[in-house]
Design a protein around this ligand. Structure first.
Ligand code: HEC
Ligand code: HEC
Length: 396
């Protein structure tokens, strides 16, 4: 009797048992493109000390050193908190003043092609000196930082250990080097393999037993991700980003009524920067190394576009989007599920006319369509996103 009841329960609820969906050859190929992880670790040719242990050690000290800020109260780690996945759990960043954007994690930043939500930096080291020059972040600490590295014995020693010479007299050169040491440290911050990676590898080698250990809900979510929901059009490759900029219907106007034009302003800032890859501070003297910076287009498509973020460990880095406006992964997936032409056009409906600049034309075509997902499908996509968390991650 009890055995019969047990059998009946098992037959009635097959989904509750571990199992493996039948993935088509196309699906297996699409899934394989999200690996291997970690991908090969290439040196950054624009940074002479990329990959140097001494520089990474010096950079690690600088990252946590509040002396770098103008008032001695803020370090990089104030916003990129190690115990909070190198972000701050705030909607938008706050130190000296409220900044308009959400603090991204610096985990896996080394794999980025552009840095910051608008790609205003074309290298990890430029992205690392930008907060020193931003009054809202570390109080416009530029000149203060170079004086500090020259005058404080521990910092001057750290610099010499990393660069093999005492701090130079050229302020900009020294500031660039501070960014390069900070970058060498952040290059070491790479997430470990996740349940998804173990599944992907098992699937690739045909080990059905190991693959079946991946939760069925995550499998269904993954099938949606690479299939009907087409998330992988933008969240592509091992880091789940194509490295480019797009619009997904997140408003560009903040609570105070100010506009954030994203990539459009990012390209302007990048071109104006005296530390970009075209500058004398880049250690990559090849023409190819700066080709994407030279061609960064100030076109109408850049209006209101933001960087496609990578999705590894994303379950641990709420809130989401450039303005931190979506609180949970359920909110994010529901946003995509309900997206429509009207929502997508919000970003482009306000012209941004400045002398000599193009007006935004009609909004470009978007691959995004109303998905009208069932609640259970939303749960499945969230289960999949959660499976991108590395095994030993510290939950915030
Ligand atoms: C007040 C909070 C705050 C402080 C302090 C701060 N950051 Fe950030 N960081 C941010 C915000 C916000 C962004 C996104 C900026 C944007 O999109 O314009 C960001 C972006 C970045 C990025 C780009 C990440 C990516 O994947 O695109 C890097 C790298 C970075 N910061 C490193 C640093 C370093 C190094 C320091 C210390 C010198 C620092 N940050 C200090 C808030 C902060
Ligand atoms: C057309 C390209 C595109 C497609 C398709 C797309 N995304 Fe995104 N995704 C983006 C961009 C761009 C952002 C950042 C937008 C912003 O901040 O304004 C983003 C942000 C996110 C975030 C927030 C990450 C963070 O750290 O803040 C998640 C999660 C996410 N997408 C998941 C998905 C899922 C799931 C799908 C499929 C249902 C999907 N995306 C489809 C481009 C895309």
């Amino acid at each position: 009797m009890r055995l019969a009841a047990l059998l009946a329960a098992l037959l009635a609820a097959p989904a509750a048992r571990p199992g493996l969906l039948e993935f088509s050859a196309d699906e297996v190929a699409a899934i394989a493109r999200h690996g291997p992880w970690p991908p090969p670790l290439a040196r950054d040719a624009s940074n002479l000390v990329s990959g140097s242990r001494e520089a990474a050690g010096f950079g690690e000290k600088l990252f946590a050193d509040a002396r770098l800020s103008a008032d001695g109260a803020t370090s990089c780690a104030t916003c990129h908190v190690p115990a909070l996945q190198w972000t701050d759990r705030r909607t938008t960043a706050r130190a000296h003043a409220q900044a308009p954007r959400n603090t991204p994690s610096v985990l896996n930043a080394r794999f980025n092609r552009w840095f910051g939500w608008a790609g205003a930096a074309d290298s990890l080291w430029l992205s690392s000196i930008r907060p020193l020059t931003d009054a809202r972040e570390m109080g416009g600490a530029e000149r203060h930082v170079v004086a500090l590295v020259r005058s404080q014995a521990d910092l001057a020693r750290g610099y010499a250990g990393a660069f093999g010479r005492p701090p130079p007299g050229d302020d900009d050169e020294l500031l660039a080097d501070v960014g390069k040491a900070l970058a060498a440290f952040q290059e070491t911050l790479v997430t470990g393999p996740s349940a998804f990676d173990r599944f992907r590898d098992a699937l690739a080698r045909g080990d059905r037993g190991a693959a079946a250990r991946y939760p069925v809900a995550a499998q269904r979510g993954l099938r949606l991700f690479v299939g009907r929901a087409q998330c992988n059009l933008c969240h592509f490759g091992p880091a789940f980003t194509n490295g480019e900029f797009d619009k997904v219907g997140i408003p560009v106007r903040d609570a105070a009524g100010a506009f954030d034009w994203g990539r459009y302003d990012g390209v302007k800032a990048l071109r104006a920067s005296r530390f970009n890859r075209l500058s004398r501070h880049s250690d990559d003297k090849s023409v190819a190394g700066a080709v994407s910076t030279r061609h960064a287009a100030l076109n109408a498509g850049a209006y209101g576009a933001f960087k496609v973020p990578g999705l590894r460990n994303v379950a641990l880095t709420a809130p989401y989007m450039h303005n931190g406006s979506l609180a949970t992964l359920h909110d994010v997936v529901r946003h995509y599920s309900e997206i429509n032409a009207e929502k997508l056009h919000i970003a482009a409906s306000h012209p941004h006319p400045e002398p000599g600049e193009p007006l935004p034309p009609r909004p470009a075509e978007s691959p995004l369509r109303t998905l009208a997902l069932a609640e259970a499908e939303i749960d499945d996509l969230v289960a999949f996103l959660r499976s991108l968390t590395e095994r030993n991650a510290q939950a915030p």
